[in-house]
Design a protein around this ligand. Structure first.
Ligand code: ZN
Ligand code: ZN
Length: 135
Protein backbone atom coordinates (compact mmCIF):
# COMPACT_ATOMS: atom_id res chain seq x y z
CA UNK A 1 0.00 0.00 0.00
CA UNK A 2 1.42 3.34 -1.05
CA UNK A 3 0.33 6.72 0.30
CA UNK A 4 0.93 9.76 -1.84
CA UNK A 5 0.11 13.43 -1.42
CA UNK A 6 0.84 16.40 -3.61
CA UNK A 7 -0.30 19.73 -4.91
CA UNK A 8 0.19 22.13 -7.77
CA UNK A 9 2.50 25.11 -7.59
CA UNK A 10 -0.21 27.57 -6.44
CA UNK A 11 -1.96 25.09 -4.14
CA UNK A 12 -5.42 25.38 -5.75
CA UNK A 13 -5.38 21.66 -6.50
CA UNK A 14 -4.16 18.94 -4.16
CA UNK A 15 -4.60 15.21 -3.83
CA UNK A 16 -4.28 12.29 -1.46
CA UNK A 17 -3.89 8.77 -2.79
CA UNK A 18 -3.65 5.39 -1.14
CA UNK A 19 -3.38 2.08 -2.94
CA UNK A 20 -1.24 0.00 -5.24
CA UNK A 21 0.95 1.62 -7.87
CA UNK A 22 1.20 -1.10 -10.54
CA UNK A 23 2.92 1.05 -13.15
CA UNK A 24 5.80 3.48 -12.69
CA UNK A 25 7.35 4.71 -15.88
CA UNK A 26 9.27 7.44 -17.64
CA UNK A 27 7.63 8.32 -20.94
CA UNK A 28 9.73 10.04 -23.59
CA UNK A 29 6.96 10.52 -26.18
CA UNK A 30 6.58 13.88 -27.86
CA UNK A 31 3.15 14.59 -26.30
CA UNK A 32 4.56 13.98 -22.80
CA UNK A 33 7.53 16.24 -23.50
CA UNK A 34 5.22 18.99 -24.79
CA UNK A 35 2.59 18.73 -22.05
CA UNK A 36 5.15 18.69 -19.24
CA UNK A 37 7.69 21.04 -20.81
CA UNK A 38 10.27 18.59 -19.54
CA UNK A 39 12.68 16.07 -21.07
CA UNK A 40 10.27 13.26 -20.24
CA UNK A 41 7.20 12.53 -18.10
CA UNK A 42 7.55 10.51 -14.88
CA UNK A 43 4.29 8.76 -14.08
CA UNK A 44 2.79 6.67 -11.30
CA UNK A 45 -0.43 4.93 -12.33
CA UNK A 46 -3.03 4.19 -9.67
CA UNK A 47 -6.71 3.30 -9.64
CA UNK A 48 -8.69 6.48 -10.12
CA UNK A 49 -10.86 5.52 -7.15
CA UNK A 50 -7.77 5.48 -4.91
CA UNK A 51 -7.04 9.15 -5.61
CA UNK A 52 -8.97 11.90 -3.83
CA UNK A 53 -8.62 15.24 -5.61
CA UNK A 54 -9.36 18.60 -3.99
CA UNK A 55 -10.01 21.39 -6.48
CA UNK A 56 -10.93 21.06 -10.14
CA UNK A 57 -8.21 20.58 -12.71
CA UNK A 58 -8.79 21.80 -16.26
CA UNK A 59 -8.57 19.05 -18.86
CA UNK A 60 -7.32 18.77 -22.40
CA UNK A 61 -7.91 15.77 -24.65
CA UNK A 62 -5.88 14.59 -27.60
CA UNK A 63 -5.33 11.37 -29.55
CA UNK A 64 -2.22 9.30 -28.95
CA UNK A 65 -0.34 7.86 -31.91
CA UNK A 66 -1.99 4.53 -31.00
CA UNK A 67 -5.41 6.16 -31.53
CA UNK A 68 -6.44 6.23 -27.88
CA UNK A 69 -7.86 9.32 -26.18
CA UNK A 70 -5.47 10.95 -23.74
CA UNK A 71 -6.77 13.39 -21.11
CA UNK A 72 -4.35 15.76 -19.45
CA UNK A 73 -5.35 17.37 -16.15
CA UNK A 74 -3.66 20.60 -15.11
CA UNK A 75 -4.15 23.62 -12.88
CA UNK A 76 -5.59 26.46 -14.93
CA UNK A 77 -4.21 29.00 -12.48
CA UNK A 78 -0.53 28.00 -12.33
CA UNK A 79 -0.27 25.52 -15.23
CA UNK A 80 1.11 22.60 -13.22
CA UNK A 81 0.48 19.28 -15.00
CA UNK A 82 -0.99 16.91 -12.40
CA UNK A 83 -2.65 13.84 -13.92
CA UNK A 84 -3.05 11.98 -17.18
CA UNK A 85 -5.52 9.36 -18.39
CA UNK A 86 -5.46 7.00 -21.34
CA UNK A 87 -8.73 5.56 -22.70
CA UNK A 88 -6.87 2.26 -23.13
CA UNK A 89 -6.36 2.07 -19.34
CA UNK A 90 -9.88 2.70 -18.08
CA UNK A 91 -10.19 3.46 -14.38
CA UNK A 92 -6.50 4.30 -14.02
CA UNK A 93 -5.03 7.71 -13.33
CA UNK A 94 -1.42 8.66 -13.98
CA UNK A 95 0.04 10.92 -11.31
CA UNK A 96 2.96 13.11 -12.32
CA UNK A 97 5.83 12.04 -10.09
CA UNK A 98 7.24 15.56 -9.93
CA UNK A 99 4.29 16.85 -7.91
CA UNK A 100 4.25 14.19 -5.18
CA UNK A 101 5.65 14.89 -1.72
CA UNK A 102 6.76 11.30 -1.07
CA UNK A 103 9.54 11.37 -3.66
CA UNK A 104 11.12 8.16 -2.35
CA UNK A 105 8.05 6.26 -3.55
CA UNK A 106 8.87 6.94 -7.19
CA UNK A 107 11.07 4.13 -8.49
CA UNK A 108 10.56 3.93 -12.26
CA UNK A 109 10.52 0.40 -13.64
CA UNK A 110 10.61 1.11 -17.36
CA UNK A 111 11.37 3.70 -20.03
CA UNK A 112 8.86 3.93 -22.87
CA UNK A 113 8.89 5.75 -26.22
CA UNK A 114 12.66 6.00 -26.12
CA UNK A 115 12.51 6.35 -29.93
CA UNK A 116 11.51 9.98 -29.37
CA UNK A 117 13.68 10.81 -26.35
CA UNK A 118 15.92 13.85 -26.35
CA UNK A 119 19.50 13.09 -27.42
CA UNK A 120 20.72 14.49 -24.10
CA UNK A 121 18.57 12.16 -21.97
CA UNK A 122 20.68 9.39 -20.45
CA UNK A 123 18.69 6.22 -19.75
CA UNK A 124 19.21 3.98 -16.73
CA UNK A 125 20.53 0.86 -18.44
CA UNK A 126 19.29 -1.32 -15.59
CA UNK A 127 15.70 -0.63 -16.70
CA UNK A 128 13.93 -2.14 -19.71
CA UNK A 129 13.48 0.35 -22.53
CA UNK A 130 10.83 0.19 -25.23
CA UNK A 131 10.87 2.01 -28.56
CA UNK A 132 7.15 2.71 -28.14
CA UNK A 133 4.61 1.38 -25.62
CA UNK A 134 4.95 -2.31 -24.70
CA UNK A 135 2.01 -4.62 -25.24
ZN1 ZN B 1 -2.12 25.67 -9.29
ZN1 ZN C 1 4.13 9.82 -23.21
Amino acid sequence: MTKLTGECLCGAISFEAEGEVPVMANCHCTACRQSTGSAYASLMFMKQDDVKITGTPKTYQHKSDAGTVMTKHFCENCGTPLFTQNSAREGMLGLRAGVINEQQEFTPKVNVYVSSKLDSTVLDEALPAFEKMPG
